[in-house]
Design a protein. Structure first.
Length: 651
């Protein structure tokens, strides 16, 4: 069962509605600062004053307007001394009396001493949800994702917790709440929670958030946790190696982010090039520097170094880090040092904050436990889950559907000894079943196996790779002609968006010259009966079209595979088209594709796709005939439409 804080984070509409009203009110009155950062700082000052008045029993209902503003300013003067890491010594409340009264009226409705709520989190989401993130290019973990990962890690009283890339303090705040709910005092929690953040503003924001929650300054440092230096260039004044029981973090990720200098990068095992040893299949470090290494790669090594033996890591990572061939050595490095216990795939909408805000980058939540020695074999099974919904859609709007609570419930079952009904929201595999260091949950989709189990008696289950290797099917890839070629002629340049409902669009958006077509026509060798299938992109991967006699004069792009049936006695092109579009194959395509930078790719995993071919010959012929007739009817209708349009303007 979920903790109160986890449930509240999903349905914290009361706080957020009030904070939205505060924001709208202040934005129209606060002269000189309408930016949400400035508004947030003023409301936070009022937060502290309100909490202080409540705890010191100095609040009076009859105090209003100017007298209330005077009381707030007097209390804030004392708070500056009490919390020097949060407020500057010359800082003042800048709100006018009417604004202070409005904020006070809204805060009065809340019990700010509840340990199972983080009102600052709601305030931050309301005021800065798209502010700092869009300005700084930073995308902070949604609150329900934070709560889920904290529940998985389950910090315990007395454990030292650190976030080496703490941002606005979401993980540290949630972990603090978790410990407060378990009965730890605020002062005990404050002594065991640590944060490091490169951005000075966010460092202060985290310090403020923790101070508001724990009622005392926290251990939050502005510095570079990869280089382990503070903002002044000196060493960070906290332990660097094997000092922490728990690491909870969402480090910055992206191939274009500079993570460290060459000197710092060279100090990391993952900061050098790795090569695969063909004799044993393992990756081994070299002495070569690969250029810039993505920050998420170095951060995962940093997090493992921070942990004590037996310590636990909860981390948000881009799916590409645990599934792409480029990072197989990283996963091997992690599995050599830690037991991977849970990997939870999040939907692409997870980091979307609004229609334009946020990012579609697909991420996973990881739970790892650092090994306690060479003889530590870790857990024998790995918990996997793939969420389809996360409580908001791709425009950042709240929706009722949210798979995260169900995933947590399945994980509890897993911890208890087994999952009663395995599906995409919770299933397990043995560590030996992990293929080539691929940890993406959807790769091991259990529902595909359930589908095939029902088909074994009636279908031959044949891998695409087997058909390609035996010459039954021939596979080739298209080409890119470059943007300058667009609009130079009348020959269709077929792209992924031109593949729909088994057809190549009659009027594709881009056309090229006949000269360019001649450069590629012999190489691409497009013939009737060939099948084009989308291999790169997002939602279009797996879409198919069959080439007819009207479509051969084309050039198709590199994001498409061309499949040609060479042995029609084994399988006809029309039957193959139907099989590729069937539910079990499309489900596999969704499972096997992997994230590569900003797009997904099926790549060579097309060889792993299992095709369910009906054993009954009459059934195969019947399916082929139906597909053929459907294609012919569409083409006939299409050609008649073209003729009619031509006849309209004939003289």
């Amino acid at each position: 069962m979920e903790s109160a804080s986890y449930q509240d984070s999903l349905f914290a509409g009361d706080h957020k509605e009030a904070f939205d009203q505060i924001r709208n009110f202040l934005a129209g009155r606060f002269v000189g600062a309408t930016r949400d950062r400035a508004l947030l700082q003023e409301v936070v000052k009022c937060f502290f004053c309100r909490v202080w008045m409540t705890e010191k029993d100095s609040y009076r209902e009859d105090v209003k307007d100017t007298e209330l503003a005077t009381l707030y300013r007097r209390i804030f003067k004392g708070l500056r001394t009490e919390f020097p890491s949060v407020f500057d010594e010359d800082e003042e409340i800048l709100l006018d009396p009417a604004s202070i009264q409005f904020v006070d009226d809204k805060l009065r409705a809340f019990d700010l001493n509840e340990v199972d709520r983080d009102p600052f989190g709601d305030l931050y989401e309301t005021l800065i949800g798209t502010g700092v993130r869009e300005e700084e290019g930073q995308f902070f973990t949604p609150q329900n994702g934070i709560e889920l990962l904290v529940e998985l890690i389950d910090p315990q009283p007395g454990e030292k917790i650190i976030d080496p890339a703490c941002g606005a303090g979401g993980f540290l705040s949630s972990a603090s709440q978790h410990l407060l709910e378990m009965g730890q005092t605020r002062s005990e929690v404050a002594r065991h929670v640590f944060g490091i953040e490169k951005d000075a503003y966010l460092t202060k924001l985290t310090a403020t958030r923790l101070a508001l929650l724990n009622r005392q300054p926290g251990e939050v440092y502005c510095g570079d946790s990869l280089a382990w230096i503070n903002q002044d260039g000196g060493n960070l004044s906290l332990p660097e190696e094997e000092a922490y029981d728990v690491v909870l973090t969402n480090p910055p990720f992206g191939k274009n982010i500079d993570s460290a200098s060459d000197e710092v990068q060279a100090t990391y095992h993952l900061g050098v090039k790795w090569k695969r040893n063909r004799s044993n299949g393992r990756y081994e470090p070299t002495n070569e520097m690969p250029g810039s290494v993505p920050p998420q790669v170095l951060f995962i090594e940093r997090c493992l170094n921070l942990l004590k033996p037996g310590g636990r890591l909860g981390m948000v990572v881009p799916e590409s880090l645990i599934t792409s061939k480029t990072y197989r050595h990283v996963v091997q490095f992690v599995r050599d040092q830690a037991s991977v216990e849970a990997v939870l795939g999040m939907p692409e909408a997870f980091f979307k904050t609004s229609g334009k805000g946020g990012t579609h980058t697909k991420v996973c939540l990881l739970k790892l436990t650092k090994q306690q020695g060479e003889d530590d074999e870790g857990t024998s099974r790995l918990f996997l889950a793939e969420a389809e919904y996360c409580g908001h859609n791709s425009r950042g709007q709240s929706i009722e559907r949210n798979d995260l609570p169900d995933i947590l419930e399945k994980f509890r079952e897993f911890e208890g000894g087994g999952i009663e009904n395995q599906d995409h929201l919770g299933y397990s595999i043995s560590q030996e079943e992990v293929v080539d260091n691929i940890l993406s949950p959807r790769y091991y989709d259990p529902e595909v196996d359930l589908i095939f189990e029902k088909l074994r008696d009636t279908h031959d289950l044949v891998q695409m790779g087997e058909l390609i290797e035996n010459g039954v099917i021939e596979k080739s890839t298209g080409d890119e002609v470059g943007r300058k070629a667009y609009g130079t002629g009348d020959i269709p340049f077929v792209r992924t968006s031109d593949i729909s409902n088994w057809e190549v669009k009659v009027n594709p958006q881009h056309r090229i010259s006949r000269e360019i077509y001649k450069e590629y026509s012999q190489k691409q060798d497009v013939r009737p009966g060939d099948i084009l299938i989308v291999k790169d992109g997002t939602s279009l991967i797996g879409n198919c079209a069959i080439i007819t006699k009207h479509d051969t004069e084309i050039v198709y792009q590199s994001h498409l595979y061309k499949l040609r049936v060479n042995d029609k006695d084994k399988i006809s092109p029309y039957l193959l088209l139907a099989i590729l579009s069937s539910k079990p194959v499309q489900r596999q395509i969704k499972a096997k594709r992997f994230t590569q930078d900003i797009i997904d790719s099926l790549g060579k995993r097309i060889y792993e796709i299992t095709l369910p071919i009906p054993k009954d010959e009459e059934r195969r012929e019947d399916i082929s005939e139906k597909v053929k007739r459907a294609i012919q009817d569409r083409i006939e209708a299409r050609e008649l439409t073209k003729e009619a349009c031509v006849e309209v303007v004939q003289t």
